[in-house]
Design a protein around this ligand. Sequence first.
Ligand code: DON
Length: 316
Amino acid sequence: MDAIRGTAKAELTAPVEAFLADLHARVSKVTGGSPADYIPELGKVDPSLFGIAIATVDGQIYEVGDTDVPFTIQSVSKPFMYGHALQRHGRPTVLKHVGVEPTGEAFNSIVLDEVANRPFNPMVNAGAIAVAEMMPGDTQEQRIGNMLDLFSSLAGRRLGIDEAVFRSELETGHRNRAIAYMMLNTAMIERDPNEVLDLYFRQCSVNVSCCDLAIMAATLANDGTNPLTGKAVFDAQYVRDMLTVMNSCGMYDYAGEWAYEVGMPAKSGVSGCIIAVMPGQIGICVYSPPIDTQGNSVRGIRVCQEISSEFELHAF
Ligand code: DON
């Protein structure tokens, strides 16, 4: 993917765009999976929406399909909240509340590491809820504001919350409530679980587009500096930590097969988005709502496999 390595853009843009257009047309025919409906509001989405966006570390964007349609970020918020917690509190404090071991279990499993009583990693719901508590702010309003500032600086534009999805999660997220109370019991969280969950549900309900997420992924590829705005959002040392847990835990109980087939740190969300990062080069986002039983977008996996193979992006 020469253009993506940042050379001779004019000459090489066309081949990348032609490849993406062809890939989009071919993968549009892939069926299987269905949009998540355990959050009722998510089930109302048009399942045929399908976008692919690639952002480079020098700020070029290649896109095809539904790349400007808003959808909720869901679990793709988790690595960024983790990076923010590391940035604000440092590794030792964060590691007291969340580990870095894959679970091999579903994203919403009600399980803690029995030795340390910690959630296994920040990509599963338990770990993400513990991380949500670390968002600084004296009031809930300030914490919500800080969370939205974080995602806005990553996208390079002001983002907001999809209130309908947020309310839907709030009304039906009893499993997450069980996880939060279990962690109150083990002192992994200390504040009122409902307040912590309010922020967690809001972070999952931030509205983004496929292009926004490609830029966020490219910010990680670019050592924490947004390639569009030039704003340094994370220190490189914490980007390394984020990419490491994305690599081992970002695709939940599919993480091993993903690492084998695609070989890039990644994160998926139940709205049907997947981001993948090629450090030093590109951030990728695919959006297609039908997901498989592990919570990963069916077409998203296929697109990332093909991009990785075509351009030899596998890490090994
Ligand atoms: O906790 C939940 O159920 C959602 N708000 C986020 C889940 C999610 O995206 C899991 N990823 N595949």
